[in-house]
Design a binder for this molecule. Structure first.
Ligand code: ATP
Length: 490
C-alpha cells in the first residue's frame, strides 16, 4: 500500500517537481526505502512483541522468586535508556545517509542504462564503471559506519547486562553462604537473568532496526508530504464540449524567479486555426507549449480556453482535450498496438488500425514481423525516427482532441518518409486548433498564421507572404534557411 501510495503521489506531482528530481532518486525511494520499511513492519514487529512478552514474564518471575536480588536488574533500565537515546540518533542519521548513498548509485545506473548509446558511442564504459564503483563505495562506507555504531551499541549493552549478572552471582553467592538463599534458587534466578539478557539483546537489535527504518521512512514521507505545485482549484470545471479557442492575455512566465522567458504574450487563436511558431533558439516556443496543458501557470496574465481561465478547469479534463506530438517521439516498450491505443485506452482494434492508416503507418506496421503485436523495444528503439513519428501521430489521431500541440521534428527525414509524415500531420490537424513549432518551410506555408517569437515576445505575425514582404526577422530566418537548403542540395 505504501509503495502504491507513493507511486500515485509521484504521478500527481507537477512537472516542476519532476524537472528538479532525478528519476534514479525517485526509483530508489520507491524500492530501497520502501523495502527497508517493509522489513521492519513484517519481520521486526512480530519479534518485538515476542521478546517484550519474554522480558516482562522473566522479570516478573524473578521478582516473585527473590525481590531483593531483582533490584539489580533495575540498574540496567536507566543505563539502557541513556544508551538507546544517544545511539538512536546516530543510527537514524547513518541510515538516512546509507539510503541517500544507495539512491546515488541508482541515479548513476539509471542514467547510464537510459543513455547507453551515448556511453558506448563515446567509449566511456570504463569511466562509467568507475563512476558507479565510486557511488557503490559510498554506500559500502555508509553501511560500514552503520554497522560500527550498531556493534558498539550492542557491545555496550551486553557489557552492562553481563555486569549485572556478575553482580547477582556475587551478591547471591554471599546470600547462599549466609544460608538466606538456597543454591537451587540462585541457579533458577540466574537462568531467568540470562533469559532477560538474551531478550534485551534482541530488543536492542530491533531498536536499531527501527531507528534505521525511521531514516528510510523520513525519505518516503518527505515525498508523500510534498504537495503538488499545481492543484485543481476548488470547484474547478470538468470541461466536456470544447470549441478550441485559445487566448493568451499578457502572459509572462519564467521557470525560476527573476527569469523572464515569456514577456507579455497576447494572442487569440480561433477554433480550427493552425498557428505556426517560429523564432530563434531559446525564444520561448517550447515554453508556450508547456503552458497550454498547464504544466506550469503563468507568473502574470492568463491563458483561456473557450473563454475559461485554465486555472478554473480540472487538469485532467483539460489534458483529455489536447494531444501533444513532441519533437522526439518516445514510445513505451510494449507493442505497436499498445502504443497507439495509449491515445484512447478503450479503442477497439479496428479503431487502432484506422488511426494507423490515417497516420500513414499501417503499411510499415503490417510489414513488421508480428504486425501490430511487434514489440517496439525500449522507448521504441526498434522503429526508425519517421516510423516512431507516425505511431505518435496515430496515437494523437485516436485521442481525437480539439487542441493539438505539434513540435515538428528538426531531424530531416528522407523525402519519401517526410512526405508520409507531412500527409499524416495534415490529416491530424484537420478541424483542430493547432499550434505548431515549425522548422520546415512546407509546414510554415500551410499555417493560417505565423507568429515570430524573439526573446519571449511576439515580434511579428502574419502569413508567410506578408511576413516575407515585411522584411523583418522572419524574412532573415527564412533567407538563412533557404541558403542552408540550397547549400545542401548543391
Ligand atoms: P528551441 O527552438 O531551441 O527549442 P525554444 O524557443 O523552444 O528554443 P524554450 O525551450 O522555450 O525555447 O526556452 C526558452 C528559455 O527558457 C531558454 O532560455 C531556456 O534556457 C529556458 N528554459 C527552458 N526550459 C527550462 C526549464 N525547465 N527550467 C529553466 N529554464 C528553462
Amino acid at each position: 500500500d505504501l509503495r502504491n501510495e507513493l507511486y500515485q503521489h509521484l504521478l500527481r506531482l507537477s512537472m516542476d517537481f519532476h524537472q528538479t528530481h532525478r528519476v534514479g532518486e525517485l526509483i530508489s525511494r520507491l524500492t530501497n526505502d520502501v523495502t527497508t520499511l517493509r522489513a521492519t513492519l513484517t519481520r521486526d514487529l512480530g519479534a518485538l512483541l515476542q521478546q517484550t512478552l519474554v522480558l516482562v514474564g522473566a522479570v516478573a518471575l524473578m521478582f516473585v522468586l527473590n525481590p531483593l536480588l531483582s533490584r539489580f536488574i533495575l540498574i540496567l533500565a536507566p543505563v539502557m535508556g541513556v544508551l538507546a537515546a544517544g545511539f538512536g540518533l546516530f543510527l537514524q542519521r547513518a541510515s538516512t545517509r546509507l539510503q541517500d548513498e544507495l539512491a546515488g548509485s541508482t541515479v548513476v545506473a539509471e542514467e547510464v542504462l537510459q543513455n547507453i548509446r551515448v556511453v558506448k558511442g563515446f567509449a566511456r564504459e570504463g569511466f562509467e564503471i568507475e563512476r558507479f564503483g565510486r557511488a557503490v563505495l559510498g554506500s559500502v562506507r555508509a553501511a560500514l559506519r552503520m554497522l560500527r555504531i550498531r556493534s558498539v551499541f550492542g557491545a555496550m549493552i551486553a557489557f552492562f547486562g553481563f555486569s549485572v549478572i556478575a553482580l547477582i552471582l556475587w551478591f547471591g553467592g554471599r546470600e547462599v553462604l549466609a544460608g538466606r538463599l538456597t543454591a537451587g534458587e540462585l541457579i533458577a534466578f540466574l537462568i531467568y537473568g540470562l533469559t532477560v539478557a538474551a531478550s534485551v539483546g534482541t530488543l536492542v537489535g530491533l531498536y536499531a532496526s527501527f531507528q534505521e527504518s525511521i531514516g528510510a521512512s523520513q525519505r518516503v514521507f518527505e515525498l508523500i508530504d510534498t504537495p503538488p505545485q499545481l492543484e485543481d482549484a476548488p470547484g474547478a470545471l470538468l470541461i466536456q464540449d470544447v470549441r478550441g479557442e485559445i487566448s493568451f492575455r499578457d502572459v509572462h512566465f519564467g521557470y525560476e524567479d527573476e527569469q523572464h522567458v515569456l514577456r507579455g504574450i497576447s494572442l487569440e487563436i480561433a477554433r480550427g486555426e493552425v498557428v505556426a511558431l517560429v523564432g530563434p533558439s531559446g525564444a520561448g516556443k517550447s515554453t508556450i507549449f508547456t503552458l497550454v496543458p498547464r504544466f506550469y501557470d503563468p507568473t502574470a496574465g492568463s491563458i483561456l480556453l473557450d473563454g475559461i481561465d485554465l486555472r478554473q478547469i480540472t487538469q485532467h479534463s483539460l489534458r483529455e482535450h489536447l494531444a501533444i506530438v513532441p519533437q522526439e517521439t518516445i514510445l513505451f516498450g510494449g507493442s505497436v498496438e499498445e502504443n497507439i491505443r495509449y491515445g484512447r485506452l478503450q479503442a477497439s482494434t479496428t479503431e487502432v488500425e484506422a488511426a494507423a492508416r490515417a497516420a500513414n503507418a499501417h503499411e510499415f506496421i503490417a510489414d513488421l514481423p508480428q504486425g501490430y503485436h511487434t514489440l517496439v523495444g525500449e522507448r521504441g528503439v526498434r522503429l526508425s525516427g519517421g516510423q516512431r513519428q507516425r505511431v505518435a501521430i496515430a496515437r494523437a489521431l485516436l485521442k481525437d482532441p480539439r487542441l493539438l500541440l505539434l513540435d515538428e521534428a528538426t531531424s530531416s527525414l528522407d523525402s519519401e518518409s517526410e512526405q508520409l509524415v507531412q500527409e499524416a500531420l495534415t490529416r491530424l490537424m484537420q478541424g483542430r486548433t493547432t499550434m505548431i513549432i515549425a522548422h520546415r518551410l512546407s509546414t510554415v506555408r500551410h499555417a493560417d498564421r505565423i507568429l515570430v517569437l524573439d526573446k519571449g515576445r511576439i515580434v511579428e505575425a502574419g502569413t508567410h507572404e506578408a511576413l516575407l514582404a515585411g522584411n523583418g526577422l522572419y524574412a532573415r530566418l527564412h533567407a538563412m534557411q533557404f541558403r542552408e537548403m540550397t547549400t545542401l542540395e548543391a
